[in-house]
Design a protein around this ligand. Structure first.
Ligand SMILES: Cc1cc2nc3c(=O)[nH]c(=O)nc-3n(C[C@H](O)[C@H](O)[C@H](O)COP(=O)(O)OP(=O)(O)OC[C@H]3O[C@@H](n4cnc5c(N)ncnc54)[C@H](O)[C@@H]3O)c2cc1C
Length: 436
């Protein structure tokens, strides 16, 4: 029966049966909407701080976009997405309906305001600020993940094999050099390679690739879904709990926040964190915040591990996809489809990337794969929203685009600091929800 309830006391026990912080009479209730990697990390850090946390999700823990991504801790990926080099590539990419970037024509009118903001974010004056902000965030991201891996006992899931990016011509290689120079400014290590060294770092590569760049510090994880679930298990041991439910609406006031579930029941919390990925703006709208969140839909195919001996993450930037060796298979995918949250997936995109992968690694066995699509939650300036809502007692943590796995532990840390009223280690002005 629909009704009003604080989180029921008997449900506060963790799966391990340990008394929760709330049962011990410590802390207040914190609700997090979204059990993706952002919500999970926020839950872990708030639980460590002794707060009583409940995560609400309509599917489960790490079951949607955070489950199937390319598994990279892309700490060196500091270049904002909108930049002149990328914008120059747009006409070529858009001309290929199954290429690295697609916009379904029917969606263009709805997308246009976001595209204009994206275009403006690429202007030189914004670019420098975004680059410096992203570099600062990545420093924190690496420190926070390395520490959380240790605290949660998940470090064995880290793979420190570096990455390899490939170029099909001297011209493509030369065009990449300004981007590498920018990374060098922020102390990111890399080495341009060719010939025997390239073949040794990845045997079996097609000779169409004439040069490459090796980034030794690039890290990946054994499987993003398994990592998310393992970090959740850690949070749960500390008392965090999960409620399987779709949130219909949120309200907030001086006394706290109310969550209205799809079955009509309500939950109240002292503090609310909205970490609902590509759907977050729909809830923010309830609270009077209009945030231009779009989704860059991405596709992949996960093959059996036996498909090819891939040594480390392989990056084909000119074609907009990567190949990642995981504990659970070989993942081939990427691409961006600016197509909103309602349109059905077009798995011809996964197939097109797999077909290219077969050409780039001629020995690859493309059979037996599982196709997938996920929704990167993306803001036009390539920075997430991390900060307080207009309404009291509500915080936002969404919009991490291509970098949600990478920046999730840092976001968890920043949200924890905001909720606890502590000073965060970064200036959060560039991330504030009201910047648009
Ligand atoms: C192809 C692809 C490759 C990628 N590769 C990488 C990579 O290598 N490295 C990297 O750092 N990032 C990568 N990303 C990006 C990364 O996956 C995302 O940024 C990240 O997963 C977003 O996490 P999230 O928690 O914000 O959202 P999600 O994982 O989408 O979680 C949001 C959750 O909120 C729930 N939810 C939404 N609305 C409601 C509601 N009303 N009620 C209840 N529950 C709700 C959903 O069920 C979902 O579980 C990639 C993305 C794609 C698509």
């Amino acid at each position: 029966m629909p009704g009003n309830s604080k989180f029921p006391e008997q449900e506060q026990r963790s799966a391990t049966g340990a008394a929760s912080p709330r049962e011990r009479g410590e802390g207040e209730d914190i609700a997090i909407i979204g059990g993706g990697i952002i919500g999970i990390c926020a839950a872990a850090l708030l639980s460590e701080a002794g707060r009583s946390v409940t995560v609400f999700d309509r599917t489960g823990i790490c079951e949607e976009t955070s489950s199937g991504n390319a598994a990279a801790f892309a700490f060196s990926d500091v270049l904002p997405l909108a930049h002149k080099g990328m914008i120059r590539q747009l006409p070529k990419w858009l001309a290929d309906p199954l290429g690295p970037l697609a916009i379904p024509p029917a969606y263009l009118p709805k997308l246009l305001p976001w595209l204009i903001r994206f275009w403006r974010a690429g202007a030189a004056k914004h670019y420098e600020t975004s680059l410096a902000t992203q570099a600062g965030m990545m420093k924190l991201a690496e420190a926070e993940w390395m520490s959380l891996l240790d605290r949660s006992g998940t470090r064995p899931m880290l793979r420190e094999e570096g990455s390899l990016e490939f170029y099909e011509s001297e011209a493509e290689f030369r065009a990449s050099l300004p981007g590498w120079a920018e990374r060098q400014r922020f102390g990111i290590g890399f080495r341009h390679i060719e010939g025997e060294e390239m073949a040794a770092l990845q045997p079996g590569l097609s000779p169409r690739f004439v040069k490459g760049t090796f980034v030794p510090g690039w890290k990946t994880v054994a499987d993003p879904k398994l990592l998310g679930k393992a970090v959740w298990a850690y949070a749960e041991k500390l008392g965090a709990r999960f409620e399987h439910a779709r949130v219909e609406r949120v309200e907030a006031g001086a006394d706290g926040a109310t969550i209205v579930l799809a079955d009509g029941t309500r939950r109240t919390a002292s503090k609310l964190v909205i970490a609902a990925g590509a759907w977050s703006h729909l809830l923010a709208k309830n609270l009077g915040d209009r945030i231009p969140l779009e989704t860059e839909r991405g596709y992949n195919t996960t093959l059996p591990s036996s498909a090819f001996a891939v040594k480390r993450q392989l990056i084909f930037s000119g074609h907009g996809f990567v190949i990642t060796p995981l504990q659970t298979g070989l993942r081939v995918g990427g691409a961006v489809e600016l197509g909103g949250i309602d349109r059905p997936p077009n798995f011809a995109r996964s197939k097109a990337m797999l077909e290219k992968a077969k050409r780039f690694l001629p020995g690859l066995d493309p059979s037996g794969g599982r196709e997938w699509m996920g929704y990167r939650p993306s803001l036009p300036d390539s920075l997430p929203v991390i900060g307080a809502a207009r309404a009291p007692n509500v915080y936002y943590a969404f919009g991490h685009g291509h970098l949600g796995l990478t920046q999730s532990a840092a976001t968890g840390r920043l949200i924890r600091d905001l909720v606890l009223g502590q000073t965060p280690p970064l200036d959060l002005t560039p991330f504030r929800p009201q910047r648009f």
